[in-house]
Ligand binder design. Structure first.
Ligand SMILES: NC(=O)c1ccc[n+]([C@@H]2O[C@H](COP(=O)([O-])OP(=O)(O)OC[C@H]3O[C@@H](n4cnc5c(N)ncnc54)[C@H](O)[C@@H]3O)[C@@H](O)[C@H]2O)c1
Length: 288
């Protein structure tokens, strides 16, 4: 049986052998040979290994995470991702926050090695290996850059744990790190093979970070979806029943834009920066 993504796994597996996957929504990001699924639901991180197997991703895994996420979810992610061979899962745990995305600070946050890539080399992660970004947008951008550059590019999977990462940064393949001269000045387009957005992880997210993600949700409403905009004019909470639908709508808007302008050459993808350029300018000018 051939698998062409998680959606197909659900649809084409005979009922009697169907893996018991919790209810979820799937958005396909249709980029031809680089197409992938964004799976959205509650409790679905527990199925990570099933998803990886379905996609034929059997290589050794390097999880990149930060200390806050590690504190809540490390044991789980290790359990979920590990194969019979325990040695096939390694974890890089970085300091939380935007400073971790600075190219020059890799050695400060990850004392043993100059670069996260050095750790992968030390562990002899091969080209069939998988980098799993387990965290918010900082971890996703940085781990994606590691996956894009180590051995000239290896498999990459996003398991976002902030609302912002679920609706925005984990989708679309933009990876990168910051220079002292500015944000995201070094990077690469490197699409993930899969995104698993488990809304249950938002229960531990500080309220301020949830609000930061809501700003992106409002952006999607403003640029493309009046019904979404109207919905988010009322309060949204991490345990809301319709949060999966809200995230799905945002991801779908982003996916359709990325499909038309994957490498940001046609101008349309710039729509996703709605409100950001002025924000970055204010941050830079005020050293916020
Ligand atoms: N690649 C893209 O397309 C894209 C798009 C938008 C933003 N970004 C980038 O995303 C970054 C911001 O991402 P962010 O807002 O997710 O910030 P973040 O990754 O710094 O996470 C915010 C904070 O929440 C903590 N955290 C994460 N998940 C948690 C959880 N489930 N429970 C408890 N704590 C948790 C983190 O440790 C951190 O302290 C920026 O660097 C920005 O440039 C990238």
């Amino acid at each position: 049986m051939e698998y062409d993504g998680i959606g197909d796994l659900i649809m084409t597996t005979p009922a009697d052998s169907k893996p018991s996957l919790p209810p979820h929504r799937t958005v396909r990001v249709d980029l031809g040979p680089r197409a992938y699924d964004v799976v959205i639901g509650r409790g679905i991180r527990k199925n990570l290994k099933t998803y990886l197997d379905a996609l034929g991703l059997f290589g050794p895994i390097a999880v990149v995470t930060d200390a806050n996420v590690y504190k809540f979810y490390n044991v789980e992610i290790a359990d979920i991702s590990s194969r019979a061979d325990d040695d096939s899962l390694k974890t890089v745990c970085l300091d939380p926050g935007e400073k971790t995305k600075e190219l020059k600070s890799f050695d400060a946050v990850f004392q043993d090695y100059a670069f996260v890539q050095s750790a992968l080399a030390k562990w002899r992660i091969p080209r069939s290996g998988i980098v799993i970004a387990h965290g918010g947008g900082v971890i996703g951008d940085l781990a994606g850059f590691v996956a894009a550059t180590y051995l000239r590019g290896i498999n990459f999977v996003q398991v976002p744990t902030t609302l912002l990462a679920m609706v925005d940064s984990s989708v679309g393949g933009k990876t990168g790190v910051n220079l002292p001269e500015g944000k995201n000045l070094v990077g690469a387009f490197h699409q993930p093979k899969l995104v698993v957005a488990d809304l249950d992880t938002l229960a531990t997210l500080p309220a301020r970070e949830f609000s930061a993600g809501m700003a992106e949700v409002i952006k999607y409403g403003a640029i493309r979806d009046k019904a979404l905009f109207d919905r988010v004019s009322k309060p949204v909470k991490p345990d809301d029943q319709d949060l999966d639908e809200i995230v799905e709508k945002c991801v779908t808007i982003k996916a359709r834009i990325v499909e038309r302008d994957e490498f940001e050459t046609k101008g349309e993808r710039a729509l996703l920066n709605f409100g950001h350029t002025i924000g970055h300018a204010i941050e830079k000018a005020t050293e916020y």
